[in-house]
Design a protein around this ligand. Structure first.
Ligand code: SAM
Ligand code: SF4
Length: 465
């Protein structure tokens, strides 16, 4: 199903909108920013106006508006997760990726279920509660069952203090029946990046395999949602084509999902091309995105789709990650490895990884940094486990009621981390932050936070509301 042209990505319209708004003046920019601060989202024309900003004063107004919206909706919370690469086998030829089929420079490896369990054990013992399971598009003999078994394995690992409570997945597009099976395994978010919405570029960088089919990929989230997966994640691989074109096209994709299913994506990822073993394209991106443009992209997305989570991976440096927290990032990975087996091996930037990492710090160090900036690390998985997904989540988010859950849950899940996994210096500054945060809370949120923290202190884990 859905192997038909995806007319909802209308390239001509994107160019027309960009052209029509390219000379927007300060008055127009301010008008769009003031609309954005109402937190109802932005349309294509508005987004085109913002992509045209280059004046430093306007840029800083854009960044301030994004920060205002981020704080109003997400407060100081930052959700943490770790990617788990289970296999680097792949039948596609994506010119930017080390896993592409003809690349002889990496060792191929699909982890056995026992090996996956050992990797999960390492992640749990670091304090992780959320995993993003990642794989190339070619599975061992069991075929797609390998993916289903791997999810089961991840959920099955229990240690003295913990377990993985939410498995999100980033794997190649499936058909609707396969998506139904994925849902049955209890996944959180299904995530897939279009890489580039520009059809001509798409054909140039995807040379072999199923991934060459633009339409199969761009309809994937429709199939996932039809199969009952409420939370889907979307993304662009920045550096392949003009970022202005990409963002506007993504706005079309988001609008289409909203029209068809009444709810848009749960998360947006913003990977920038990083060097990858055996890939010239990854080292020399055809449309490199500068640091300032990258920050602009995050800020624009925060304003355009205020209730959608923005994910920042360890592709970026610690400094860039810090700077984008204030602009709208709400979820980050930490302590990541992108080579299958990398957690147990403790290899740092193994050439068999999918791409080079920009942030190599272990989880506890990232947490200390996040805390020192006043952000609250959250390991919360409550919404997904209580069925607050899709529409239900967005309804709570839009009325602001979600804060009555998120803020207390962030604190209790962080306290659980401090109690079971953190180094003494992290415990010290973490406890101070929790105390300060509760002092600043009011009403029901405060009552809930106090109660939950007390329960964690009384040797209870996994408490949430
Ligand atoms: N194989 C599946 C696919 O391609 O959709 C899923 C996993 S793939 C390993 C995850 C994502 O990694 C890709 O969608 C792509 O955006 C990203 N990626 C690949 N090569 C990259 C590179 N050199 N730098 C940054 N991100 C890269
Ligand atoms: Fe395979 Fe995904 Fe890498 Fe493409 S991006 S080569 S599909 S793992």
């Amino acid at each position: 199903m859905y192997n038909i042209p995806a007319n909802f990505i209308d390239e001509q319209k994107v160019w027309e909108v960009l052209e029509a708004n390219k000379k927007a003046d300060f008055i127009k920019v301010r008008e769009v920013l003031s609309k954005a601060r109402e937190m109802k989202g932005l349309n294509m024309n508005d987004v085109a106006v913002l992509t045209g900003i280059s004046d430093p004063e306007m840029l800083s107004e854009l960044f301030n508006s994004a920060n205002e919206v981020k704080e109003a909706i997400y407060g100081k919370r930052l959700v943490l997760f770790a990617p788990l690469y289970i296999s680097n086998m792949c039948s596609n030829e994506c010119l930017y990726c080390a896993f592409r089929v003809t690349n002889k420079k990496i060792e191929r490896n699909a982890l056995t279920q026992e090996h996956i369990a050992r990797e999960v054990n390492v992640l749990i013992n670091q304090g992780h509660k959320r995993i993003l399971m990642v794989a190339g598009e070619s599975y061992p003999n069991q075929g797609f069952q390998y993916i289903l078994d791997s999810i089961k394995t991840i959920y099955s690992v229990k240690t003295e203090h913990g377990e993985i409570r939410r498995v999100n997945v980033n794997i190649a597009p499936l058909d609707t029946d396969e998506f139904k099976l994925l849902k049955t395994e209890g996944i959180g978010t299904y995530q897939i990046f279009q890489e580039t919405y520009h059809r001509e570029t798409y054909q140039k960088v995807h040379l072999k395999g199923k991934k060459r089919d633009y339409n199969w990929r761009v309809w994937a989230l429709h199939r996932a949602m039809e199969a009952g997966i409420d939370d889907v994640g979307i993304g662009i691989l920045f550096g392949l084509f003009d970022y202005r074109f990409e963002i506007l096209s993504m706005i079309q994709h988001i609008a289409e999902l909203g029209d068809k299913f009444g709810v848009g994506p749960h998360t947006i990822s913003v990977p920038r091309l990083e060097p990858a073993t055996g890939s010239k394209l990854a080292t020399h991106p055809p449309f490199p995105v500068s640091d300032i443009d990258f920050k602009k992209i995050v800020a624009i997305l925060r304003l355009a789709v205020p209730y959608t989570g923005i994910i920042m991976s360890t592709r970026e440096t610690a400094q860039m990650r810090r700077e984008t927290f204030a602009l709208g990032v709400s979820q980050i990975s930490a302590g990541s490895r992108t080579n299958p087996g990398g957690y147990e091996e403790k290899t740092d930037d193994d050439p068999s990884g999918q791409f080079s990492l920009g942030d190599h710090r272990p989880l506890d160090e990232v947490i200390r940094d996040v805390v020192s900036m006043g952000h609250i690390p959250s390991f919360c998985t409550a919404c997904y486990r209580l069925g607050r997904t899709g529409h239900d989540f967005m309804d709570l988010a839009k009325t602001g009621d979600i804060k009555l859950h998120c803020a207390p849950n962030a604190l209790s899940s962080f306290k659980e981390y401090l109690k079971n996994y953190a180094k003494p210096e992290t415990v010290k500054i973490g406890d101070e932050l929790i105390k300060k945060s509760i002092t600043e809370m009011t009403g029901l949120a405060k009552q809930r936070a106090e109660k939950l923290i007390q329960r964690v202190n009384n040797e209870r884990d996994d408490v949430y509301c």
